[in-house]
Design a binder for this molecule. Sequence first.
Ligand code: HEC
Length: 152
Amino acid sequence: MSLSRILIATALTGAVALPALAQESNPAVNARQGHMQVLALNLGVVGNMARGNTDYDPEAAQAAADNLLMMSQINQRFYWPEGTDSESIEGTRALPAIWEEGSQVMEISAELVAATEGLAAVAGDGLDAMRGALGPVGGACGACHDDYRVSN
Ligand code: HEC
């Protein structure tokens, strides 16, 4: 096949495939929702220990805290392209306020990093130490959801 034919074939496939994909799901939305699910899974591990639903296990607590810290440090620039808010597309609860002037999402994201650093520093040091460091983590999640996520 000549180069020009390949280019034409690629262009045609792209033209057909892309609109179909855009309707069904958006890769950035999928990725950020998956990111949030990973956060929730790990917060659940330490949260359940803090509430006494599961026994405190220093190794598991430390692993969950380390994961929370790592996840919160991911550079999120590719998660939030313009035009992927809840008023522009289906399948997202990300409010347009994220992209608007005065948005605090970067500040809250930095708060989450600081909070998970605090948790990771003590998660393996006993139930009370871990419990004491948990509040700011949940606080940062909640602060962002209150203002920047469509409430259920
Ligand atoms: C800086 C803002 C921000 C922070 C911090 C944040 N979230 Fe979110 N979260 C969002 C937004 C916005 C959505 C909606 C995303 C979407 O639907 O596109 C969301 C969605 C979610 C969802 C639903 C995911 C899905 O499958 O639709 C869960 C679960 C979640 N967050 C958990 C957490 C937890 C746990 C933390 C803290 C450890 C956290 N989030 C921190 C903004 C944030």
